[in-house]
Design a protein around this ligand. Structure first.
Ligand code: DQA
Length: 160
């Protein structure tokens, strides 16, 4: 668990890794009735605007490869928090869960669709209990809510 007192003394701004898993590069054309019309670059562009308003620095990474996602988590030593949509790997990947534990950063898990309304194999993720919380079913808005949540976790308002 990150020490928030030490986080207050960090030399850079509050930096968040936004990690998107397999097939999310196909948003826009991928089952739009489930995942919406927005492409991932459009979502990431909007997230940069939210991050700027919140005073957060963003690093956005997407990969269709489990090992690349794991390595992005290994490389998150310079990040203070993580937003992850593990996509299909959330349901299957012990290795991704292990990498989140190694990263040891406050993490918010996001799913565009409402997993509870979908097939039983999507009801559980191996990563959810490593995260501080999960946002599921609110579409791309979920990523913005996740940034707000990390902002208040990582840079709580200082009393006047
Ligand atoms: C998803 C849900 C997963 O079950 C699915 O495999 C995805 C996307 C979502 O954002 O709703 O790829 O993570």
């Amino acid at each position: 668990m990150i020490c928030l007192a030490a986080a207050g003394r960090r030399s850079h701004g509050v930096r968040v890794l936004v990690l998107n898993g397999p097939n999310l590069d196909q948003l826009g054309r991928r089952e739009p009735s489930v995942y919406g019309q927005q492409t991932l670059p459009e979502i990431e562009q909007a997230l940069h605007a939210t991050a700027e308003a919140l005073g957060l620095e963003l690093r956005c990474v997407q990969s269709n490869h489990e090992g690349a996602l794991i390595e992005a988590l290994h490389g998150a030593t310079d990040c203070d928090g993580i937003v992850i949509n593990p996509a299909g790997y959330g349901h299957t990947s012990v290795a991704l869960r292990d990498a989140l534990l190694i990263a040891d950063r406050p993490t918010v898990e996001v799913h565009l669709s409402n997993l509870a309304r979908r097939e039983p194999f999507r009801h559980r993720t191996l990563t959810a209990d490593v995260a501080v919380g999960t946002i599921s079913g609110l579409g791309a808005h979920g990523y913005h809510l996740a940034l707000h949540a990390l902002k208040s976790l990582l840079a709580p308002a200082t009393p006047h």
